[in-house]
Design a protein around this ligand. Structure first.
Ligand SMILES: NC(=O)c1ccc[n+]([C@@H]2O[C@H](COP(=O)([O-])OP(=O)(O)OC[C@H]3O[C@@H](n4cnc5c(N)ncnc54)[C@H](O)[C@@H]3O)[C@@H](O)[C@H]2O)c1
Ligand SMILES: O=C(O)[C@@H]1CCCCN1
Length: 294
């Protein structure tokens, strides 16, 4: 019997079945815990391969993963290019291939506590999705944004549906007094400095995914308790971790499992690089929802 032809689920279908990104939180928590559980977690996720396309200042990432517990097998292919101001295409473009783990057939493609002050540095695609999830999950009294190009921060503040956003003229103004700081930029040198940060703040560092790129300076890295998504990836790919030589305290999956504590009273950094297993559970979520309603 031949395999059913793969279906293509474009961004509209994904948004219909994943109408709020937070629907993924339980699956992502479980995936992080499984990833940090070694063989018994049933996750197979080799380090991603990143191919530099030097001529055009770009990269191609190949991110395979299998989750035995979810019985889901995927590979994401993602390109990320230095953003050209006049470019009509997004800086990141990705497709997730979801396979049937039983026989390898291709099933579908998939494109993709009391904190009061939230600060977002950057106003691109990730800024929007982080705003959506953070303002839905937590109640902030104030949300601030700073972006290198101010007009994009103003556009962000005008277009988001949710709590009002204050546009700041400097990163320092945005960060001063903030309880939660999200860095979602394409910066390759630090944009966040330790001396600006309120003790006890939490920093969610999402950009700087190359070994020689930085978003955070050494002081931020050294004066915080450092959590990562994957130790192996952080030690190979994160310029903020490698160049600062900061010590990794825990993987987030270990916190989810309860084997390492969340030190909420300390200044903490979560250095996220993105993991293929996150795409695996997200692709399965959308595909299962799509097939159920089809
Ligand atoms: N950790 C993860 O899981 C994960 C997943 C996806 C993307 N990312 C990373 O998150 C970051 C943002 O991604 P995106 O899709 O929102 O990108 P985007 O291109 O949509 O937005 C990039 C933002 O960075 C700003 N910027 C660019 N160069 C800068 C610089 N030198 N200094 C300060 N700001 C600068 C731009 O003004 C823009 O606001 C990227 O580094 C991306 O690789 C991480
Ligand atoms: O995990 C991801 O999907 C992205 C790909 C681009 C680089 C940063 N991480």
């Amino acid at each position: 019997m031949s395999a059913a032809p793969p279906v293509f689920l474009g961004s509209e279908v994904v948004e219909k079945h994943l109408h709020r990104a937070s629907l993924l939180i339980p699956s992502l928590e479980a995936a992080l815990a499984n990833f940090s559980s070694g063989a018994e977690g049933g996750v197979v996720q080799p380090m991603r391969t990143v191919v530099p396309v030097q001529k055009y200042s770009g990269f191609l990432g190949v991110m395979p993963a299998y989750s035995a517990k979810d019985d889901a097998l995927t590979t994401k292919l993602v390109t990320f290019y230095e953003h050209k101001k006049d470019s009509s295409v997004p800086s990141h473009q990705a497709i997730v291939l979801l396979f049937d783990p039983r026989n390898g057939s291709l099933k579908a493609f998939l494109m993709p506590a009391d904190s009061e002050v939230l600060c977002i540095l950057g106003a691109g695609v990730q800024a929007y999705s982080h705003y959506e999830v953070f303002t839905e999950q937590f109640s902030f009294k104030e949300v601030r944004i700073w972006n290198r190009t101010k007009e994009n921060a103003v556009k962000f503040a005008r277009s988001v549906k949710g709590p009002p956003v204050q546009v700041c003229s400097s990163a320092q103004d945005a960060v001063t007094g903030a309880d939660v700081i999200i860095t979602v930029t394409m910066a390759t040198t630090p944009i966040l400095f330790g001396e600006w940060i309120k003790p006890g703040a939490h920093i969610n560092a999402v950009g700087a995914s190359r070994p020689d790129w930085r978003e955070l300076n050494d002081e931020v890295m050294k004066n915080s308790v450092l959590y990562v998504d994957s130790r192996e990836a952080a030690l190979n790919e994160s310029g903020d971790v490698i160049l600062s030589r900061a010590e990794i305290f825990a993987e987030l999956g270990e916190v989810v499992k309860g084997t390492k504590p969340a030190l909420r009273e300390k200044t903490t950094v979560f250095k996220s690089l993105g993991m293929a297993i996150e795409d695996t559970v997200a692709a399965k979520f959308v595909y299962d929802s799509w097939s159920a309603g089809n």
